[in-house]
Design a protein around this ligand. Sequence first.
Ligand code: HEM
Length: 301
Amino acid sequence: MQQGGSSSPSCSASTPHCFPLGHLNAAACGSETSPEPQKHEVNAHSAPAGLSRMRPIIIFYTWYLLGLALSVACVVCVCVWSSKWRGGFAWNGSGLQFNWHPVLMVTGLVVLYGNGAVLYRVPLTWGQNKLPWKLLHAALMLLALILSIVGLCAVFDFHNANKTPNLYSLHSWIGIAATALFAIQWVAGLAVFLLPCSPISLRILLKPVHVWMGGSILSLSIAACISGINEKLFFVLKGNTNGTLPYNALPPEAVLANSLGVLIVAFGMVVFLILSNHKWQRPDSRPEDMAYTPLLQEESE
Ligand code: HEM
């Protein structure tokens, strides 16, 4: 998922819209092939200017590291909730099988998905051949898809084992829509952006759709997580009936699960912030530079 809506000028050493990467040159901006190393002129008088040109990179990595920290916090939080407060994991149709559901959905459809989405924005990757990063993007998204499908199997199987109706809640409708769109998006992305036989005109046409759909899927995933967390807390924190404090007494479990929701929203906000800044867009991903060669051709070059 990349941001494709903005049209900034092509990259050059003098263009303020690009990061001042020493290894990034015009070849890297317009092509997916490895760029020739090219030295930029540096003299003593340009040091303050160089520092100020480093600012966007420093700001990017600050947000990126915050996103990584939030990723770890989300996974730790959902694992602690499921294992410490909900009894751990099993695959036997019991409530312990359900516990795989939040862990796999948060890890797959939020954390891995969000990190896969911002991969092309990391300036470190810009001066290099795009192919390995495309493959890593596709692999991260495939792993995210597999985890979320296993997470859905856990809850469907749990419902079937306990004769609970399927797909009755708003949460399940939003969740199933997110996962279905993600599966379609992954297959379409593979066919259009990775297969060498796909025409460039089709890539250019579908790029904005891919970007828009990618953002929509992340929004749906976050909405599904928030509604799922809330639903689960209402189910299990019933007060006197099952020995727990009620949700409205804000027991420690509710504090942890509410915090998980806040962390997920914060992570989503960081991902959208990174995606919405066109200065952090890989130069050869910008619309005017889309006329690259298909991948397999590129590999043989
Ligand atoms: C992107 C994330 C998520 C997606 C796509 C998703 C999707 C789904 C789907 C499709 C169902 C229906 C299963 C069936 O009908 O048999 C379901 C059930 C459920 N999910 Fe999630 N879920 C997500 C995250 C979460 C999280 C983080 C929790 C927190 C505990 C959660 C809690 C529940 C609960 C309690 C149910 C059973 C009740 C119901 O069907 O609504 N989900 N989920």
